[in-house]
Write a protein that binds this ligand. Structure first.
Ligand SMILES: Nc1ncnc2c1ncn2[C@@H]1O[C@H](COP(=O)(O)OP(=O)(O)OP(=O)(O)O)[C@@H](O)[C@H]1O
Ligand SMILES: [Mg+2]
Length: 258
């Protein structure tokens, strides 16, 4: 079943000098239920804008997005979506536990139930023992894990992730990617993961969209036919990374020529 269908999406901004900036060109793609889809594109091409539109935080200028066959309308409550940003964006004056509980505060659960749910996801993110710490007392990688736990705590149907590991050192990022895949396999969420890191996208996803410079559109869709759990040193992933790197270069050459 297609969980998300994006058809001919367009987005432009009107800038302060009244000029128009076309950010999303004519973008179409589908995401199946339970899929891990990466969107890989150059810096500034409109990836964060796209995620904001999917989350209903930003309006679209044309086209349509369907989630569970219903159109996404900005500002309207649609399905439950989790959003993990590039930076953890935790509240420094609340403990790790209280940060993860935060999105549940205005829901229907009692305080005890909220704490139970928060605990479950803290454990899934391997943060047991750090519940009472404050964000500035834990490492960047742990903060990012807390942000993932917070996004999962609302039990979203779809998890949107915007370059969540790009500020981490490579070793920490590798551990985090592994954890993320484990969580994905345990929870079977549909994940859309935005990145400009080719090997990260290849390692993580079932399917990968390579998108162009602004105004962004899909340049190529690739399926990564390697089972999970995956090994970083798998030759098939390495070959795929090389293939995608070549595609990227080719895309840039075409862009420079046009
Ligand atoms: N609210 C806004 N008003 C005007 N322009 C905007 C707005 N939001 C984003 N833009 C512009 O849209 C373009 C795409 O931005 P976006 O943040 O979506 O790119 P990105 O692909 O996420 O980049 P990066 O990889 O650096 O995170 C940029 O040129 C940006 O300046
Ligand atoms: Mg961005």
């Amino acid at each position: 079943m297609n969980k998300i269908v994006v058809s001919n999406l367009r987005k432009h901004f009107i800038l302060p000098d009244r000029s128009r900036l076309d950010v999303v060109g004519d973008l179409s793609f589908q995401v199946e239920d339970g899929e891990f889809l990466s969107i890989l594109g150059p810096s500034g091409c409109g990836k964060s804008t796209l995620l904001s539109i999917l989350a209903g935080l930003e309006s679209l200028s044309g086209g349509e997005i369907l989630i569970n066959e219903r159109p996404v309308v900005p500002g309207e409550k649609g399905i439950r979506l989790g959003f993990v940003f590039q930076q953890p964006r935790l509240l420094n004056w609340r403990s790790v536990r209280e940060n993860v509980r935060l999105p549940l505060e205005h829901g229907s659960l009692s305080r005890d139930e909220q704490l139970n749910v928060a605990q479950r996801y803290l454990e899934l993110a391997r943060l047991q023992g750090f519940e009472n710490y404050f964000p500035l007392q834990i490492s960047g990688g742990m903060q990012q894990r807390a942000a993932i736990a917070r996004a999962l705590a609302i039990e979203p149907e779809v998890l949107l992730m915007d370059e969540p590991f790009s500020s981490l050192d490579e070793l920490t990022a590798r551990k985090m990617r592994k954890e993320l895949l484990r969580i994905w396999q345990e929870t079977r969420k549909t994940i859309i993961f935005v990145t400009h890191d080719i090997s990260e996208a290849v390692y993580l996803s079932n399917r990968l969209l390579v998108v162009t410079e602004r105004p962004t559109r899909v340049y190529e869709t690739l399926t990564i036919d390697v089972g999970y759990p995956r090994d970083y040193d798998d030759d098939r992933l390495f070959e795929m990374t090389k293939k995608v790197s070549r595609l990227f270069l080719q895309m840039e050459e075409e862009h420079d020529e046009s």
